[in-house]
Design a protein around this ligand. Structure first.
Ligand SMILES: *[C@@H]1O[C@H](CO)[C@@H](O)[C@H](O)[C@H]1NC(C)=O
Ligand SMILES: *[C@@H]1O[C@H](CO)[C@@H](O)[C@H](O)[C@H]1NC(C)=O
Ligand SMILES: *[C@@H]1O[C@H](CO)[C@@H](O)[C@H](O)[C@H]1NC(C)=O
Ligand SMILES: *[C@@H]1O[C@H](CO)[C@@H](O)[C@H](O)[C@H]1NC(C)=O
Length: 186
């Protein structure tokens, strides 16, 4: 009888106690998680990662075409319109990005072919031919180039005609062909 009565009472006391322990544990845990997060954020700020730079201090561009460009065998593609060009490192008159500071950069391009025509292009790093894009077939095709490069100050990145015959990169007012690059880390 004593046991039957006191068990629920004991459980009540125990669960009440556990409840208190648990809630104080949770807030302690939350506090330490919060401290960890603050610590991580402070550490990130000190790594020299891009987060240290303000938006307009990070080399970053997106250039595009809204018209066709005819390319002779070694012509550089001119993405002649700009949505963004921090530090003016991309030159719309030549199609060349010149790195204003050394670092790790991401470059990407989307290039559309004329309907049913071959489009064969490469991304170049200075005088080194790198990633290629080749499209061939019915209708308009989009080729893509996507690289991460370690770049020195003054290095040139651009996209050039590969095919040794005349070809055309297609675009219209829908802005199908684009070229972007930005600094990931110094
Ligand atoms: C270059 O493009 C032309 C015209 O689109 C095509 O006939 C030819 O096969 C291409 N050459 C190469 C090497 O891709
Ligand atoms: C790339 O070319 C530029 C000149 O156009 C030069 O200043 C730079 O040192 C070259 N970079 C490499 C890695 O050769
Ligand atoms: C142009 O490409 C064709 C087809 O691949 C090839 O036979 C020819 O040798 C190339 N010409 C030059 C000058 O590279
Ligand atoms: C192409 O880009 C220009 C400039 O941002 C913009 O005004 C235009 O609406 C774009 N075209 C389309 C079809 O989105």
């Amino acid at each position: 009888m004593f046991i039957m009565l006191s068990l629920p009472l004991l459980l009540l006391v125990l669960t009440g106690h556990i409840g208190i322990v648990r809630s104080s544990c949770t807030s302690k845990l939350e506090k330490s998680l919060f401290d960890d997060l603050i610590g991580m954020m402070l550490k990130l700020k000190g790594t020299g990662h891009g987060v240290e730079l303000r938006q307009n201090e990070i080399p970053a561009f997106t250039a595009y075409r809204n018209s066709v460009q005819t390319l002779s065998p070694t012509t550089i593609v001119k993405f002649d319109k700009l949505w963004m060009n921090n530090l003016n490192a991309y030159d719309v008159t030549t199609g060349v990005f010149t790195a204003p500071m050394p670092g790790l950069y991401h470059f990407a391009a989307v290039v559309m072919s004329e309907s049913a025509k071959i489009l064969f292009l490469n991304l170049w790093h200075n005088d080194t031919q790198m990633a290629g894009s080749y499209t061939n077939g019915d209708g308009h095709k989009t080729g893509t180039i996507d690289v991460v490069l370690s770049v020195k100050k003054g290095d040139r990145i651009y996209i050039k005609c590969r095919n040794n015959t005349t070809q055309k990169i297609y675009s219209n007012s829908d802005n199908y062909s684009t070229f972007s690059g930005y600094l990931i880390a110094k």
